[in-house]
Design a protein around this ligand. Sequence first.
Ligand SMILES: CC(C)(COP(=O)(O)OP(=O)(O)OC[C@H]1O[C@@H](n2cnc3c(N)ncnc32)[C@H](O)[C@@H]1OP(=O)(O)O)[C@@H](O)C(=O)NCCC(=O)NCCS
Length: 171
Amino acid sequence: MRVSIRRARSDDVDFLVELVTHEDVEPFLAAVRPKDAASIAAEIERSEAEPEAFGVFVIEVDGERAGVMRFERTNRRSRIADLGGLAVHPRFRGRRVADEAARQLQRHLFDDLCFHRLQLEIYGFNERAQAHAERVGFVREGVRRKAYWRHGQWVDGVLYGLVAEDLSGSS
Ligand SMILES: CC(C)(COP(=O)(O)OP(=O)(O)OC[C@H]1O[C@@H](n2cnc3c(N)ncnc32)[C@H](O)[C@@H]1OP(=O)(O)O)[C@@H](O)C(=O)NCCC(=O)NCCS
């Protein structure tokens, strides 16, 4: 099995819409995350136009579309990127595809785009994604208690961070 990541293209829109609206994906993504074709197409255009500030990446397994992940620069001066929108299609689950893809994106963001800090937030009920984040090195930094109205109740947001020193020992 070969896992790779690449920037999303306009011909990925149908796959991405099917993925992010899937019943075993949508409940775990931020409620505010765009999930319609027009919004996803606009995100892909931004990813191509501003590659250092924003990125939508397709995860491939043996050359077949299998998932998605994205980043957005949220602090230029301190070189911080927010990660989000990670999803692996249920057809490809159970092989830790997301772990390998996340490590590749980390390398791209630290080594090629020179970010210093990556951060993300996961719903408190999403234990699977929290276990994934911790496997790939993210440090749990805190909890936004009952921050989001999701599935008819207030749910926590768990905050994770990874800094360049965590991987390389340098600054
Ligand atoms: C999170 C996600 C990307 C991980 O995908 P993946 O790399 O294919 O992960 P896998 O299916 O291989 O599962 C990884 C591990 O989590 C375990 N796991 C499954 N459900 C779990 C749960 N509820 N709690 C803890 N671990 C769980 C699996 O057993 C597996 O461990 P193992 O290899 O020791 O058996 C995928 O589950 C997904 O797309 N989820 C929906 C969207 C989502 O939650 N995105 C994150 C938003 S912040």
